[in-house]
Design a protein around this ligand. Structure first.
Ligand SMILES: O=C(O)CCC(=O)C(=O)O
Ligand SMILES: [Fe+2]
Length: 262
């Protein structure tokens, strides 16, 4: 993994090294304060860009164009909320996705299945362990956003999401988020409506370099990717882990996100 990953700067393979404990402490502190942390250029940028290039032909011909109007919850309705409530405002999403069953042998797969990464993430997230999903579509993906494509406001299904930016666009394609807009006890529908109306002063933007590993607590922090501008696509790998082994999407979720079941 030394070839691909900057393990000198981020010693995930050396848990007994004092630098490992320092890194865990830094990431824990960032995630508890702001809901995310970044390992800048964790995947060496030249390999990130090479990976983007490798997946481009398949992306052109075999990817699923995830294109739909959806609300932040990805559900048709929310019990107790009238269908015209502004928190249920619909937005357009469009991107192209390759699933893990289309990415076997890739560097992204090597990273997803590399046990030290899971152990490190579990430690930072205060979990006894983390496991890969047992889902041929949802475990890890590579998503591409070309000019005009975007991922609109949403809350994630999983408690947190791990991404690796492979290629950055020339302009646009920015990740925007609003930390802890809701809690498990308070759905804060009025706050959601205010964010969707573009009126939340606490919204933030993140911009990262290719190869950066981002860990983001997205279950209560709504986020989006703004439309890409220019002729260089944004490509990003999304890695999903759960606290229990064997996690799978339902068939409805698989169809909604990937256009097929498997
Ligand atoms: O493309 C991104 O940076 C965000 C991906 C994301 O939010 C998701 O897959 O749920
Ligand atoms: Fe998300």
């Amino acid at each position: 993994m030394h070839t691909y990953l900057d393990l000198d700067k981020f010693p995930l393979d050396r848990p007994d090294d004092p630098a490992y404990a320092d890194l865990v402490a830094r990431c824990k502190s960032e995630i508890s304060k702001g809901g995310m942390f970044n390992l800048d250029a964790f995947l060496r940028p030249e390999y990130a860009l090479a990976e983007a290039k490798t997946h481009t032909p398949k992306m052109d011909t075999e990817s699923f164009n995830h294109k739909r109007a959806h609300n932040v919850y990805f559900t048709k309705s929310v019990p107790g909320l009238s269908d015209d409530h502004p928190a249920l405002k619909l937005f357009e999403t469009s991107n192209n996705t390759l699933c893990n069953d289309q990415l076997s042998g890739s560097v992204v797969e090597k990273i997803y299945t590399w046990a030290p990464l899971r152990r490190f993430l579990a430690e930072v997230m205060n979990k006894p362990a983390l496991y890969p999903m047992d889902d041929p579509l949802a475990a890890f993906n590579v998503m591409r956003y070309e000019e005009g494509q975007a991922l609109n406001w949403h809350f994630d299904r999983s408690e947190f999401t791990v991404t690796l930016l492979l290629q950055a666009p020339k302009e646009g394609g920015l990740f925007e988020y609003r930390t802890d807009l809701r809690t498990m006890d308070d759905p804060n529908y009025d706050g959601v409506a205010q964010l969707l109306a573009g009126k939340d002063p606490q919204m933030q933007q993140m911009n990262v370099v290719p190869g950066t590993l981002n860990v983001f607590r997205g279950v209560n922090t709504p986020h989006r990717v703004t439309p890409v501008k220019g002729d260089r696509a944004r490509m990003i790998a999304v890695l999903t882990y759960y606290e229990t082994p064997g996690a799978r999407f339902t068939e409805t979720e698989q169809l909604g996100f990937y256009g097929r079941t498997a």
